[in-house]
Design a protein around this ligand. Structure first.
Ligand code: NAD
Ligand code: GLY
Length: 357
């Protein structure tokens, strides 16, 4: 097992990465505090992985809530299901929520923890590659609004992140590929050495090679932990973790949070952002091709939905949380493994590129 730390003073917490963590009752007891525990999962993940947690915590008052599955349920109604269950159980401020699932469960559960009785503890037990490399770390929690992705939420850090790589054995192929979309953003935007490693190992990751998965998860978490420690509330460097996401979130909102997976929208967004950086002269063709090739090798889309034109993109992207004083800001690569968050690009290039896909 490997342990990393997110260094945030008194809100610091460990990220434990290993195989079989869910079957280590002592470890689970140690890292999940409180006598009242609500495991928040969904109808797909709970039957696969909740029993191990329930058994390990059988010395507590432990309960399970199984939410409906899907991005389209990352909303107020689902959040309220958690509050209602907590109130029915009579859980007080000393309770702990455990998010067992992918990024949707993690984001909704984290936001429930941030708001129930003005804040209770929570622990992340991510079970998708995407959640293990990204969403479980860093304390961004929240829900979608029909008009915009992740528009309602809070920065709220977990007590611990417990990553059991074995849970990926049950993850469908399409979800695994979507998770790699978030892995490659770290390489493309922040870390050339990791980008080089990914280009040599992406097939092993997709083939579920345990060592390759462990390395990808550890490196991704290490990069994210470092960035979050420096800029928890995204006043600077943390925005770089959003490479590809301004386009990607627009695609998810446009498609009603149903047909495109988050990681697929990010894949297309990475290519769109690198095409713009190329048009702006910020990167060369070789670097733009590295981005496109990697996204293609992951089996992710490299273009937006056909029914989205520049007008639609601009309307949705205007609501992006990086927008400042009505100025759209995008994360754009400035080289392989380097990026910047900027409003300094030509809107003509932006619209022409979108309309030419
Ligand atoms: P998800 O949570 O919808 O999970 C994907 C699918 O896999 C679901 O059907 C789920 O039930 C299923 N699943 C999960 N674990 C499984 C397992 N071990 N075996 C079988 N099936 C399993 O999607 P996701 O890709 O994990 O997360 C996407 C969400 O994460 C988006 O809402 C995105 O906005 C959010 N996100 C948040 C952050 C953050 O910093 N908070 C970062 C990136 C993404
Ligand atoms: N996923 C982007 C962030 O956590 O900042």
């Amino acid at each position: 097992m490997n342990t990393l730390n997110v260094e945030l003073g008194e809100r610091s917490y460990p990220i434990l990465i290993g195989t079989g963590l869910l079957h280590d009752a002592d470890l689970l007891k140690k890292h999940i505090p409180g006598k009242q525990v609500l495991i928040v999962s969904n109808e797909t993940v709970a039957p696969l992985h909740a029993k191990a947690l329930l058994d390990a915590l059988d010395d507590r008052q432990v309960h399970l809530i199984s939410l409906p599955d899907g991005e389209k349920f990352k909303n107020l109604d689902t959040l309220n299901l958690i509050f209602t269950r907590l109130l029915e159980l009579g859980f007080d401020r000393s309770c702990t929520l455990v998010a067992l699932g992918g990024g949707v469960v993690g984001d909704v559960c984290g936001y429930a923890a941030a708001s129930y009785q003005r804040g209770v503890k929570f622990v992340q037990v991510p079970t998708t590659l995407l959640a293990q490399v990204d969403s479980s770390v860093g304390g961004k929690t929240g829900i979608n609004h029909p008009m915009g992705k992740n528009m309602i939420g809070a920065f709220y850090q977990p007590q611990a992140v417990l990553i059991d790589i074995e849970t990926l054995d049950t993850l469908p192929e399409r979800e695994l590929k979507a998770g790699v979309g978030e892995v490659i953003k770290y390489g493309l935007g922040l870390d050339l050495e990791f980008l080089n490693w990914l280009e040599n190992n992406v097939d092993a990751i997709l083939g579920r090679d345990r060592d390759a998965l462990a390395h990808a998860i550890e490196q991704s978490c290490a990069i994210k932990a470092r960035v979050v420690a420096n800029d928890e509330r995204e006043s600077g460097q943390r925005a770089l973790l959003n490479l590809g996401h301004t386009y990607g979130h627009a695609i998810e909102t446009h498609t009603g949070y149903s047909s495109w997976l988050h990681g697929e929208a990010v894949g297309a967004g990475l290519v769109m952002a690198s095409d713009l950086a190329l048009a702006e002269g910020m990167i060369d063709k070789v670097t733009a091709d590295r981005c496109r090739d990697l996204v293609l090798r992951c089996g992710l889309p490299v273009a937006p939905p056909e029914d989205m034109n520049s007008e639609r993109f601009l309307a949705l992207m205007a609501r992006d949380k990086k927008t400042l004083d009505n100025n759209l800001r995008l994360v754009l690569m400035t080289g392989a493994g380097q990026s910047v968050c900027t409003s300094n690009f030509s809107s003509k290039n932006l619209t022409q590129l979108i309309d030419n896909y």
